[in-house]
Ligand binder design. Sequence first.
Ligand code: URA
Length: 451
Amino acid sequence: MTNDDGAVQGGAADEEQTGPAQEPFDAVDVIRAKRDGGLLDGAQIDWVIDAYTRGVVAEEQMAALAMAIYLNGMDRTEIGRWTQAMISSGERMDFAGLSRPTVDKHSTGGVGDKITLPLAPLVASYGVAVPQLSGRGLGHTGGTLDKLESIRGWRASLTNEQMMNALEHVGAVICQAGSGLAPADRLLYALRDVTGTVESIPLIASSIMSKKIAEGTGALVLDVKVGSGAFMKDLESARELARTMVDLGTDAGVRTVALLTDMSTPLGLTAGNALEVRESVEVMQGKGPQDVVDLTVALAVEMLAAAGRPQDPDDVQHALVGGRALDKWREMIAEQGGDSRAPLPVAREKEHVVADHDGVMSRLDAYAVGVAAWRLGAGRARKEDVVQAGAGVELFAKPGDVVRKGQHLMTLHTDTPDRFDRAVQALEGAWEIAPPGSDVSPGPVVLDRVG
Ligand code: URA
């Protein structure tokens, strides 16, 4: 198309003439400002997130900016604006029409972290709605949806209407977040994953909180993991991450508290999809490991208080192990097409790891166990990989336990035995056995509270 002067309008030639002038900022200027340790202003942040979502800011430019943020950080005003811009990149959900108060829990990710499975039905059994939008595992940490998909018939994907119905009638839903929720985060998270920019407090806090605020929950309890199996390796940085997220939630009108919890050793005795479902059901049958029970109860007490339904911890523990959570679990699984009584998948091959001397286990590294489970097929290296439902690691000893030479310390499960060698390699140096009679007492699972 030409105008009266014969100039070309629209198309590539027009872009060439007007080019970047159509955009209010130049990505390179924004990158340079953060690279040199400056603060980004609100308009720059709004633009860069929006332009990245539209494909105007290129992947390599966003990668450079993410690295500049990783290295130089962001102040609270920048983090707040960045979070808001990611929320505005997509839709917001609204649970105001429900007759029950809503409360959600989010964990920053760990090894053997199956807590959502018993926790959501437990809290829902008190008349509170738990909209648990969850993800899949990537790397050494497991994903809640992968775990639940080991249950025959269970489906992760629900329409908004199905979700609302389930929340109103059952009270608990664990499902996949729709693609319309904070799409900027979906793009940025995938980019950070391959550019070494995940472990940044401003980027983690804005990533998690943009999704939780867009989801529309009334209250939120954060489980911020600390230790080798977590993104935050020490208590001080975990505390800063927790404080940042609690402030973001509170500023957005979401009642938010955080527990800092230990992730130096795996939670419970299993890491792997069906293995963790089995253990979660055992917890609800009163036969599960104490650390899983303790953390589930601690988070449930916080969630119920945040939802305006405070409960006595002993009563909550009784509801967890005494059958009440299990009844709600069965309803929740059935609502999403699952058969909670069907046998869970079991891996075809097993290999045992044994103790080479007597003593007391004094250390068991969460990260190493997570990598071993992942290499056995429980996790995926690329988004498109298919996980093995039965794969993973089953533990028979944890720090503080007495062990005897020749005793099974763990069993490795997989359908593909050529994976055993690399899993065993991941476990090299992963545990220590102190001399017999050593006094090893495992620390508490809940380390601190920020609220
Ligand atoms: N989980 C998220 O959703 N985002 C992060 O950045 C880290 C953990």
